[in-house]
Design a protein around this ligand. Structure first.
Ligand code: GRF
Length: 213
């Protein structure tokens, strides 16, 4: 069975969705850069090994990333899942795990990389928003896309309402991507494009149903 380590910074609802889905990966540990991350409590309560590498204890990104890599490598995972992990990783770190780091981002990339995606989507008046699971490359919130889910932006939406609608889809597509990896179905078509073997159109992408009127 392929294995993974999950990196978090906060509440860890995506981590929880990944673990509870039992996608056929062995989740060996949860590591946070913030000692107070809520998700650590949940992971520990499930008997998962947890670790903290506090970024505030390091003078440089390089030093933090080196310590983080050491903590990760102790578990020898095949994959790393960033699940609300709010640190920019150095190119050196990313190059250490080629095609092995996954991230979930709350927008339909390449639209709205970075922070405050829901507010920016509402302000721009887009009609579709969503979430993306992608492989991590040195360019922030870019990299080969595995799966996306779209949700409507409704009239009068608040940032909170839209975030909740997107989050429900995040909890669906991150485990889906994990399952595809576990099954060895993820193939690269060139450096930037990913395809999922054995799936027809419609099973390797997803559009969420509209909210009921
Ligand atoms: C999610 O919306 C994720 O996409 C973003 O930060 C949020 C983290 O939520 N990067 P959680 O910690 O997984 O609950």
């Amino acid at each position: 069975m392929k294995s993974a380590v999950i990196l978090i910074s906060g509440r860890g609802s995506n981590m929880q969705a990944l673990v509870e889905a039992k996608p056929g990966l062995e989740f060996r540990a949860v590591i946070s850069n913030r000692p107070a991350a809520k998700g650590l409590e949940w992971a520990a309560s499930r008997g998962m090994p947890t670790g903290v590498v506090d970024h505030k204890a390091f003078a440089s990104r390089e030093a933090f990333d080196a310590a983080l890599a050491q903590a990760i490598d102790a578990h020898a995972p095949d994959y790393l899942f960033l699940a609300g992990f709010m640190r920019i990783l150095t190119e050196g770190f990313i190059d250490r795990y080629p095609r092995r780091i996954l991230n979930i981002h709350p927008s339909l990339l390449p639209s709205y990389p970075g922070l405050d995606t829901h507010r920016r989507a509402i302000e721009a008046g887009v009609k579709l928003h969503g979430a993306t699971v992608h492989f991590v490359t040195p360019a922030l919130d870019h990299g080969p896309i595995l799966v996306q889910a779209a949700v409507p932006v409704l009239d009068g939406d608040t940032e909170e309402a839209l975030a909740a609608r997107v989050l429900a889809q995040e909890h669906r597509i991150y485990p889906l991507a994990a399952r595809w990896l576990a099954e060895g179905r993820v193939e690269f078509r060139g450096p930037d494009v990913v395809q999922v073997s054995g799936s027809g159109v419609g099973t390797d992408w997803a559009i969420a149903p509209r909210d009921p009127p």
